[in-house]
Design a protein around this ligand. Sequence first.
Ligand SMILES: Cc1ncc(COP(=O)(O)O)c(C=O)c1O
Length: 304
Amino acid sequence: MPWTAHTIIHNGRAIPFEDAKVHALSVGIAYGAAVFEGIRAYMNPATGTLSVFRLEEHLVRLDQGMKFMRFDGAPSRDVMHQAVLDAVRLNAPDDDCYIRLQVQIEERGSMASTGGVGWVCAAIPRERSPKRESGVAAGVSSWTRIADNTMPARIKATANYHAGRIATLQAKADGYDTPIILTRDGKVSETAGACLFLVRDGVVITPSRENDILESVTRDTVLTLAAEHGMPTQERRADRTELYVADEVFVCGTGQELMPVTSVDRLPVGDGRPGPVTMQLQAAYEAVVRGTTNAHAAWRTPVA
Ligand SMILES: Cc1ncc(COP(=O)(O)O)c(C=O)c1O
């Protein structure tokens, strides 16, 4: 997915997309000192209202990331909130879009630098994966998830994605769409860019937060919607072998939305087709992100 917006906001200034530049040896690049959010805005086809989904929750997580990184002069919540709305208005005011909000150290310095913080925000139209309907083939990776005392797994730091990247490259080389990444002690954690759910005997199960997951906004949304639909939910440790005996498996995240997993290690999940619980939750998610239901209005920030 190449990033091609016509306008990007860089440190508060709306400029041509190609002009958002930092030095190649800035600390953000040299040492991966950057945190980001991927956020989506959705159009309600009936009302023509475009809304950013769960903007405040993304901004809270960004704040947590900036605190963890010990950034001096980090941008405020209000500035980030406005930047997201402005980026959407400037680039994609009439349709669904995906927003990248990124804060990094833009000056040159040392590994321990904390100042010279800058940020960018851009919005691009983003197509949805056709595999939301057909499902993806997953393979359990031989790479393990970054441990909480190695890298900040629950913070959306760009450097974390080195681990996701090598697991994804391995999965693709092995003929899978996506890796499933285990913790160092062999429990299910998540994928390279999404959280994971299993369905067993009608119970909707997801690895609990101590399994080195990113504290995903979509995971929280799915747990809430499942409970509201009368589905029992569990946040707990999950064994690798549960992936092979589960009735359904799906992944979720802002980018991937709700995506069925139809095989794991080439074994079919259930009957090898997207399952009914997954598709029911996918429909409920679609309704809540677009606002075709009145429920959870506070999750939608209109881009007026
Ligand atoms: C590693 C990882 N896990 C989980 C998620 C899902 O997080 P969220 O639902 O907040 O987008 C993402 C997505 O962005 C991710 O990169």
